[in-house]
Design a protein around this ligand. Structure first.
Ligand code: ADP
Ligand code: MG
Length: 681
């Protein structure tokens, strides 16, 4: 029987109670248990107590010098002490609730004790005691992540037993050539090494093997998914009217950058192909994604279909609607806007027009998809700032628009490691070039005690006719967090600038109408200074705004700061970004420092990921980050990349599907995932 089919009860000593505990932690089979790896190894290898560091785990070998002294507290609790001569030094051994060791502690007996060393008291709190000199064998002890009642020691006992009975049955599923090429140990040996630790170098290779294994399986699933989406050919081939598109581009006041041309071709290739497009378009703020979206939508409309543009907020919907309307004005294409603030009758009309096909392109929030919106013939859905939708919405969208091409746009440059994991089942297009002539935004990091100078900079810009943003992390005062908040700051600045300038306030708790009103005033230049929470983060485009002041900047991630900074520098005037912050930690300081040094969104996103880790990168738990047992997406990036490349090549090769060499690997995939079990046959 395969180990992935053997229940945990088959492990000797695992009864119903323990099996139930294992099940509770998603460990159902012997294979699951064997793949439950230690997260570190206690180093008990130091034998000379004089070299032991205080608080460290050590192993000592010595002879018992005194009668053990036992004190009982209640029924079960006890404390036992005994003196031991080890390496010429007399030390105390301390045992809690282990009075059962007493018989072994005969005066003159040699014992080996593992435990934690207290240097000042020359005392070892013993966790393990054996008779005789057994120090060699117990040099490294694996520490397993405890799960409730299942302590590390319990896991160790279960796993050791499982290894004894089933260790030899661990089957290899990677072809020998692969192991050879990457110098990876076979599965069985690698697995044992990870549990038993015989040497640092062997452990390293064992870990390498399992990291590669899980990355490869993960990437294979992604690639297989992609492969089948294409095979299924559920999409519709769109004919691109090249002449009309070129004619449209000739009306633009600029020509596309090389990067824009490249991604446009990638998108056209998908549109023309019979498979469904599932593409991520990433490009830094201001890199010109909107025009790409407009051209893609236009080409779909020219082929007789409709297009939809989904965005996370109503403000953005309005903005995109405006820019698309302006861009496509001369083409005769009709662009509609669907938001929740639409009156019932107007909404009914809009829905009717969509269904009848009177509207070519519709812009709205994701309510577009969630509600019962019907299209005459929807050909392309574009979502902007899609990382905010999260992976789950991504799936909903894909399932809803069964045959529709989907393009996801994001201005948050996605670090390579996430692009090939979280977004691994998608194709990625990158605009990695800004249109020429952009002035760099001057960025400064200042301590809050320099507020006077910040205020004078604000005055200077506003007096010159420019506008400014002030962004704060929270809406209202919070007792726990000593952070500036939008309402307070608005009050202060309003008082400070009194009759001189109009200070607006914007935050997520305003209703859609209020937000819209404030945003309109700011866009129209009626509000000079906008105090806001991060609502302004995405997409907002006011070219006359040249100054961005961010309070408590250390509270934001690098990517978010970069997004906020991208609200300025959109016009002809020199722009500035002021980061107010007094971070206490070194990484906090480093983050703000980096912000002043680079404007490269990709570089920042990579640093952000390194500093915050993948879990925090998206700032929400719904990011769809894959969970790996051993692999670390950031630190094992190279392996992830290699696995990705191998998986892509494998799926594209005939050998993977037919050759006996890959039989065990196919079998493994078949067993791991019900979805693939049907697809692989
Ligand atoms: P993004 O959506 O990527 O942040 P936008 O599409 O809003 O960027 O473009 C930012 C500005 O740059 C817009 O005013 C747009 O008209 C302009 N733009 C776009 N592409 C080019 C180009 N190739 N050359 C010059 N300006 C461009
Ligand atoms: Mg944009």
């Amino acid at each position: 029987m395969n180990l992935s089919e053997r229940p945990v009860d088959d492990i000797y000593g695992v009864g119903p109670t323990q099996a139930e505990l294992l099940h509770q932690h998603q460990l159902h089979t012997v294979e699951d248990v064997l793949l439950y790896f230690p997260f570190r190894y206690e180093d008990y290898s130091i034998r000379d107590i004089r070299e032991a560091v205080d608080g460290e785990a050590v192993t000592v070998v010595g002879t018992v010098q005194t009668q053990p002294l036992v004190k009982f507290f209640g029924k079960k609790k006890s404390k036992m002490t005994v003196k031991l001569l080890s390496g010429g030094q007399l030390i105390a051994l301390l045992f809690f609730n282990q009075a059962f060791h007493k018989a072994k502690l005969q005066i003159g007996a040699t014992v080996t004790a593992n435990g934690k060393w207290n240097r000042a008291r020359a005392e070892l709190t013993v966790t393990k005691l054996t008779v005789g000199d057994t120090a060699e064998k117990s040099a490294r002890v694996p520490v397993y992540p405890a799960k409730g009642e299942l302590t590390s020691a319990k896991f160790k006992r279960i796993i050791d037993t499982a290894l004894q009975s089933f260790g030899d049955d661990v089957e290899e599923f990677l072809p020998e050539e692969m192991l050879h090429a990457y110098k990876l140990p076979v599965r069985k040996h690698a697995l044992q090494e990870l549990h038993l630790f015989t040497s640092a170098s062997q452990l390293k290779h064992a870990r390498r093997r399992f990291v590669y294994e899980e990355f490869l399986l993960f990437q294979l699933k992604m690639q297989l998914f992609k492969h089948h989406e294409r095979q299924a050919s559920v999409g519709v081939a769109t004919t691109i009217d090249n002449e009309a598109i070129e004619g449209f581009m000739a009306t633009l006041p600029f020509s596309l950058t090389k990067a824009q041309e490249r991604v446009l071709n990638e998108i056209f290739t998908d549109l023309k192909a019979p498979y469904r497009m599932n593409r991520l378009l990433q490009g830094d703020v201001g890199s010109g994604k909107t025009i790409i979206a407009a051209i893609a939508l236009l080409s779909v409309v020219l082929s007789g279909k409709q297009g939809a543009m989904m965005v996370p907020t109503e403000i953005l919907a309005e903005q995109h609607w405006q820019s698309l309307t302006a861009l496509l004005d001369a083409t005769g294409v009709t662009v509609g806007l669907l938001t929740s603030s639409l009156k019932a009758a107007a909404k009914r009309d809009m829905l009717h027009a969509l269904k009848e096909g009177y509207i070519d392109i519709i812009v709205g929030t994701h309510a577009l998809i969630q509600e019962q919106v019907e299209f005459k013939d929807l050909g392309l859905v574009i979502t902007d700032e899609q990382h905010r939708f999260g992976v789950r919405q991504r799936r909903v969208l894909r399932d809803k628009g069964a045959v529709t091409d989907v393009l996801y746009m994001t201005a948050t440059p996605i670090p390579r490691t996430l692009a090939i994991s979280v977004f691994g089942e998608m194709d990625v297009s990158t605009i990695d070039e800004l249109p020429k002539g952009r002035k760099p935004i001057e960025t400064y990091w200042v301590k809050p005690d320099m507020m006077e100078r910040v205020l004078s900079l604000i005055s200077k810009e506003l007096n010159a006719g420019r506008q400014a943003y002030v962004v704060c992390p929270l809406i209202e005062e919070s007792e726990q967090l000593d952070v500036q908040n939008a309402i307070d700051v608005h009050q202060q600045l309003h008082t400070y600038f009194q009759d001189q300038f109009n200070v607006g306030l914007m935050h997520g708790r305003l209703d859609a109408k209020e937000k819209e009103a404030v945003m309109k005033q700011f866009t129209a230049g009626e509000v000079d200074l906008l105090v806001s929470t991060t609502v302004v983060e995405v997409g907002v485009n006011v070219p006359n705004a040249t100054l961005m002041v961010i309070y408590d900047a250390e509270r934001f991630g690098l990517s978010q700061l970069h997004q906020l900074r991208g609200r300025v520098g959109r016009g002809e005037h020199q722009s500035y970004c002021i980061l107010l912050g007094d971070p206490k930690s070194d990484t906090g300081k480093e983050r703000l420092q980096i912000m002043t040094e680079t404007e490269d969104g990709f570089a920042l996103s990579e640093r952000d990921l390194e500093l915050r880790g993948p879990g925090d990168f998206f700032g929400d738990k719904q990011s769809g980050l894959p969970e790996f047992r051993l692999g670390d997406m950031v630190h094992d990036y190279r392996a992830l990349e290699v696995a990705r490349k191998d998986a892509t090549e494998l799926v594209a090769s005939a050998a993977f599907w037919e050759d006996d060499l890959y039989g065990p690997l196919r079998e493994k995939l078949r067993r791991e995932d019900a979805f693939f079990s049907t697809k692989l046959d």
